[in-house]
Design a protein around this ligand. Structure first.
Ligand SMILES: Cc1cc2nc3c(=O)[nH]c(=O)nc-3n(C[C@H](O)[C@H](O)[C@H](O)COP(=O)(O)OP(=O)(O)OC[C@H]3O[C@@H](n4cnc5c(N)ncnc54)[C@H](O)[C@@H]3O)c2cc1C
Length: 417
């Protein structure tokens, strides 16, 4: 009997656990270690931050769902991984042995890289549901005495979509409240141009996003390095133009991501940012029984940008990585060579309040076979429908081939080509 341990139970870890159990059956042991008892649907965080969703709407307890499927659950942070003795040690000292390990720990949010950044300091975040709730509290205070807003993504950031979503949602929400006239909005970003998104653009994302920002009187600065965020004042450096100070009463900045400490500290496992180096089979080249999926893996950007940016890891590809890891582990248990490679495609829906922009990049990295971005009300509706669909599937447990089937079903698309 093989022991498979999965660290993290979110967009990557939870479907991997279901799919692993489905693929391996009762003869093997699947254990999930998660530092949270609750699943949160991360893409809904921007909605929480404007009060369009609550934590309750987008969360559910993980344990009963896993227990129904015969999957063990340890609700504690993994503190250390010993890749030589094949064990994970939790923060309370519990030892969890494994034959195969799947790391799905997402990012560590590197607010500390910029003076004054983050929800403990002078800007808010939507990266976690806790942060999104705090962002909403601050937003409600801001509404009593509105003023300039800065939304953006810091140098080294890789997750640009939610920053765009949030700026459009905020614009829509302020309009509903008849407060938009009192709020100058500025988007600041490390991207070299609007719509780059760490991906050298998708379809005409540059033209589309510029148009949408202009239409809403939202100013922007690209190639931005944030120097510091003081109460009410952001100091930024613009490439070739020197420093500039921008006033704000409310600011949401997506930070740079790194790997979490328990993973980053394993010798030879990660790149300098703490992301797990994996081969085409989601497997560590150094420790062949360690796999990684989702935001925790290292992906080289398609191009060097003047201000550093990273590559986003999005839901569709994360699900595909989970499936690949499962089938490669199953093959390894059977003594076979790994058969499965993840489909690194990006299929994303960016909500804009009452409309939205959909992106398809296949593969995610250029040169691509398919690359388009399109705007329409249907995107907003599809995103709302997908949220409900995904949460329902995550509660009940899904079977393979998980993401491919689910995304295509939810969007009403049967065949992409
Ligand atoms: C605000 C936001 C909106 C997004 N919207 C979209 C979208 O609309 N579409 C899309 O395709 N992508 C979207 N993404 C990108 C991506 O799909 C998500 O970030 C996704 O949640 C990443 O999944 P993950 O499992 O890799 O990491 P995470 O979701 O971050 O999950 C990692 C899990 O591991 C846990 N963990 C961390 N360290 C430990 C430890 N030491 N021990 C145990 N557990 C640990 C964490 O608490 C967390 O539960 C969005 C990202 C963000 C931040």
């Amino acid at each position: 009997m093989a022991k498979i341990t999965i660290i993290g139970a979110s967009t990557g870890g939870l479907p991997a656990a279901y799919e692993m159990k489905q693929a391996l059956g009762s003869g093997h042991d699947v254990t999930v270690i998660s530092n949270t008892e609750t699943f949160h649907f991360v893409p809904s965080n921007p909605w929480v931050a404007v009060g369009w969703r609550t934590r309750k709407d987008i969360s559910f307890p993980i344990r009963p769902c896993l227990s129904k499927k015969g999957i063990n659950f340890i609700a504690e942070a993994a503190g250390k991984i010993d890749p030589v003795k094949n064990k994970v040690i939790t923060v309370s000292g519990a030892v969890v042995p494994y034959d195969y390990l799947v790391i799905a720990t997402g990012p560590k949010l590197a607010f500390e890289e910029i003076d004054g950044l983050g929800p403990e300091k002078n800007t808010v975040s939507i990266c976690t549901v806790d942060h999104a709730e705090k962002a909403y509290q601050d937003y409600r205070k801001f509404l009593e005495d509105p003023g300039p807003v800065i939304i953006g993504a810091a140098q080294g950031a890789s997750c640009f979509g939610p920053a765009y979503e949030f700026i459009f949602m905020l614009d829509a929400d302020l309009r509903k409240r008849k407060l938009r006239k009192k709020v100058p909005i500025t988007y600041i970003t490390s991207e070299p141009y609007i719509g780059h998104m760490g991906l050298s653009g998708v379809g005409d994302s540059k033209g589309l996003f510029e148009h949408e920002l202009r239409e809403r009187h939202i100013n922007w600065h690209t190639n931005v390095k944030i120097k510091k965020a003081e109460p009410g004042r952001m100091t930024i450096e613009l490439l070739g133009e020197g420093e500039k100070q921008l006033p704000f009463k409310y600011s949401m900045i997506i930070p740079s991501f790194k790997g979490v400490d328990a993973v980053a500290s394993v010798e030879g496992l990660c790149n300098p940012k703490g992301f797990v180096i994996v081969d085409e089979f989601q497997r560590s080249p150094k420790y062949q029984n360690i796999y990684s999926i989702g935001v925790s893996i290292a992906i080289t950007p398609p191009e060097a940008t003047p201000v550093p940016t990273g590559v986003p890891k999005t839901g569709y590809m994360i699900g595909s990585m989970a499936s690949a890891a499962v089938y490669n582990i199953k093959s390894a248990i059977n003594g076979d060579r790994p058969p499965a490679k993840a489909a690194l495609n990006a299929i994303c829906l960016a909500d804009m309040g009452n409309t939205g922009i959909a992106f398809v990049a296949m593969p995610q990295m250029p040169p691509r076979n398919v690359t388009w971005a399109k705007k329409g009300k249907w995107v907003h509706l599809a995103k709302v429908a997908f949220e409900k669909y995904f949460i329902r599937k995550m509660k009940t447990g899904v079977s393979e081939p998980f993401y491919e089937k689910m995304v295509l079903e939810a969007l009403g698309i049967r065949k992409l080509e």
